[in-house]
Design a protein around this ligand. Structure first.
Ligand code: HEC
Length: 107
């Protein structure tokens, strides 16, 4: 009686150990499914980044707004990776690159 119960508990225990080995817990930024599937858009990710870093020059009343308006999707798309030349942080480059790699969508 006792030995059957001990065996059942033992099997359960081994099962849990195998299960925990088969699904390694990767940190979020290394989970392939998540980083590949993440779609960044102009409206949600790029415009806010430009607004907080490229004001006032590329926004209304700024000195290059007439030539390079950053509230205009077409202008920003046409610059593409050139935008990175004016950003210093790796985190900002990663946002621009993710956007371009996920199709440079507007919305
Ligand atoms: C102080 C004003 C000012 C700010 C702030 C500014 N820019 Fe500009 N930007 C300019 C001017 C003026 C030009 C045109 C002359 C030149 O190329 O530097 C320009 C040109 C550019 C160009 C070159 C376009 C081309 O065809 O080569 C890019 C790309 C650019 N800016 C991106 C940015 C980004 C991204 C930011 C924010 C991180 C930013 N700028 C912030 C004034 C500014």
């Amino acid at each position: 009686m006792y030995s059957a119960l001990t065996l059942a508990i033992g099997l359960l225990f081994v099962g849990f150990i195998l299960l925990s080995f088969s699904t390694p817990d990767l940190p979020p930024d290394q989970k392939p499914a998540r980083s590949k599937d993440t779609v960044y858009t102009f409206q949600s990710n790029i415009l806010p980044l430009l607004q907080s870093n490229c004001n006032p020059c590329h926004f209304p009343r700024g000195k290059v707004y007439a030539k390079l308006p950053f509230d205009d999707y077409k202008t920003v798309v046409s610059l593409g990776k050139k935008l990175n030349t004016r950003f210093k942080q790796k985190k900002q480059h990663a946002i621009i690159n993710r956007w371009i790699e996920s199709g440079a969508k507007e919305n």
